[in-house]
Design a protein around this ligand. Structure first.
Ligand SMILES: [Zn+2]
Ligand SMILES: [Zn+2]
Length: 258
């Protein structure tokens, strides 16, 4: 089976509050290094024929502008926390230019929250100009978006099930603090793994840096990038320098060809 060549763009690599944090004057939030500026976590996945985004958080509009995404085929959701869904309203621009609904792929739990949080988009009588969204139900079974096959990986965010996604040799996992052994098997053989880690200290619903590093080493993935960082993680260059070979912090704007 041939898998299409992909370009991955890290649109955002920050935790729910972003970095800098509003009102914070710590050394990370005031760092002049562009790599210490992190929008809310999201990635763009592009084949020659298909463009999808994983999650549309509060920075979705600016992320689409910054990455110059003129055409978007679909949004694939990991889970319904606000920092991953808040920007969905801004699909209106794509609706306007294509006169087509935006394809959204989400599991039942996430669909319920989307319908509750954006009720006007699903009203029987819609106000003109509201987002036009086509919900596509996904489970833990593989699915295809355009020409991009996607394999969901179930991970745990404290008690909330979250979907990670494997795209060929690339696996993206955000908002997890635990992965069952059977789901770890789905990650093995990836060439690039993205894992969330909030900070160095322990956290209730996210891996910390050491936990993410341990998991990357356990899974023996050649290259791992860390996302969903809080300002508490420290400065990009300093933390990166402490990491083992093959493991790096991601940063906004990083692109990979896979
Ligand atoms: Zn979350
Ligand atoms: Zn999150």
């Amino acid at each position: 089976m041939s898998y299409p060549a992909l370009k991955i763009t890290f649109l955002g690599t920050g935790t729910s509050s972003g970095v800098p944090l509003i009102g914070c004057s710590c050394e990370v939030c005031t760092s002049p290094d562009k790599k210490d500026k992190r929008l809310r976590s999201s990635i763009l996945v592009q084949s020659a024929a298909t463009t999808l985004v994983v999650d549309s958080g509060p920075d979705f509009r600016y992320q689409m502008l910054r990455a110059n995404v003129k055409h978007l085929d679909a949004i694939v959701f990991t889970h319904p926390h606000k920092d991953h869904i808040a920007g969905l309203d801004d699909v209106r621009a794509y609706n306007y230019f294509t006169q087509q609904p935006m394809n959204v792929y989400a599991n039942e739990m996430t669909q319920e929250v989307i319908i509750r949080e954006f009720p006007y988009a699903f009203a029987d009588t819609k106000y003109p100009g509201v987002p036009d969204i086509k919900l596509n139900a996904i489970t833990n079974e593989p699915f295809v978006v355009g020409d991009i096959p996607v394999e969901p990986i179930l991970v745990w965010h404290l008690k909330m099930p979250v979907l990670g996604f494997r795209f060929g040799k690339f696996t993206y996992i955000t908002d997890a603090n635990r992965i069952e052994e059977s789901e770890k098997e789905k990650i093995k053989g990836s060439e690039v793994l993205v894992l969330n880690a909030l900070r160095k200290e322990k956290h209730i619903s996210h891996f910390n840096l050491q936990e993410a590093v341990n998991l990357a080493l356990e899974l023996q993935v050649p290259k791992t990038y860390i996302i969903h960082l809080s300002h508490q993680m420290g400065k990009h260059e300093e933390v990166n320098a402490e990491l083992p070979p093959g493991i790096e912090l991601a940063y906004d704007g990083l692109t990979l060809a896979i």
